[in-house]
Design a protein around this ligand. Structure first.
Ligand code: ADP
Ligand code: NI
Length: 214
């Protein structure tokens, strides 16, 4: 492995020590590996892909009092210290800034392939069995209800509403997770998303069956 990537891994592991289990080093490792897998099928700058995957959640605003620029600052300082070229730093920061689901309304239309790859990888880790586990872990972390038969999902929330939303964990499936399959950018991402999507549907069917004891 190249020196810059191994230094970045050490930096991220240290920074994310003690993070919520859905946004910890293991999430980053899965996204990094998925990004490399998708990158094999696309013509892209692999260094930009790997650095962005590794740094994309270095300071998630939802765990830092809503601060949306901290991740950029931390990443920029780190990459400058590693003597990474300005051209690469600019591309990585652009990806970190625009990768998020909640920012999708604000992102420019014409996205670089490196962003599309890391975004697909991050979205794949939000769905399927891992996605289900992460979502319930986050719901527990926030002390949200798992499910309430009388609280319907809120579709088409604005970014502000999405951030404030205190709905149930099951509603998060309808508000985000089940929408991701059709938002995948790359062919490889779409292919990998389908199986994970079907698994979530099966999980929900089973969940309601067990909830509604007759
Ligand atoms: P992004 O980091 O792409 O903006 P989110 O902020 O939606 O995405 O969060 C990433 C992951 O955190 C989700 O895929 C989910 O597992 C979990 N999560 C976020 N918001 C909620 C929520 N309201 N209820 C349950 N899980 C959530
Ligand atoms: Ni992520």
């Amino acid at each position: 492995m190249n020196h810059l990537i191994s230094c970045t891994i050490d930096f991220v592991k240290e920074k994310l020590h003690g993070a919520e289990a859905g946004h910890d080093w293991f999430h980053i490792e899965r996204v990094w590996k998925l990004s490399k897998k998708i990158a094999e099928t696309e013509n892209c700058n692999l260094e930009v892909v790997e650095l962005s995957a590794l740094l994309h959640d270095i300071a998630d605003p939802k765990f830092h009092g809503g601060n949306e620029t901290l991740a950029l600052k931390i990443s920029q300082d780190f990459l400058e210290n590693q003597n990474v070229s300005n051209a690469i730093i600019e591309q990585v920061l652009f990806i970190i800034q625009n990768i998020s689901f909640k920012n999708r309304g604000e992102a420019p239309k014409d996205l670089p392939i490196e962003l599309k790859i890391v975004q697909d990888a991050d979205r794949l880790d939000a769905i399927g069995a891992i996605g289900i586990a992460r979502t319930f872990n986050f719901g527990g972390f926030k002390n949200n209800l798992m499910y309430h038969p009388e609280i319907p999902p809120k579709l088409n929330m604005t970014k502000e509403e999405y951030k404030k939303n205190e709905g149930t964990t099951i509603n998060h499936f309808y508000e985000k997770l089940l929408l991701l399959k059709d938002l995948m950018n790359t062919e490889k991402g779409k292919e990998l998303a389908q199986e994970r999507h079907d698994f979530m549907q099966k999980f929900l069917d089973e969940f309601y069956k067990e909830w509604n004891v007759t």
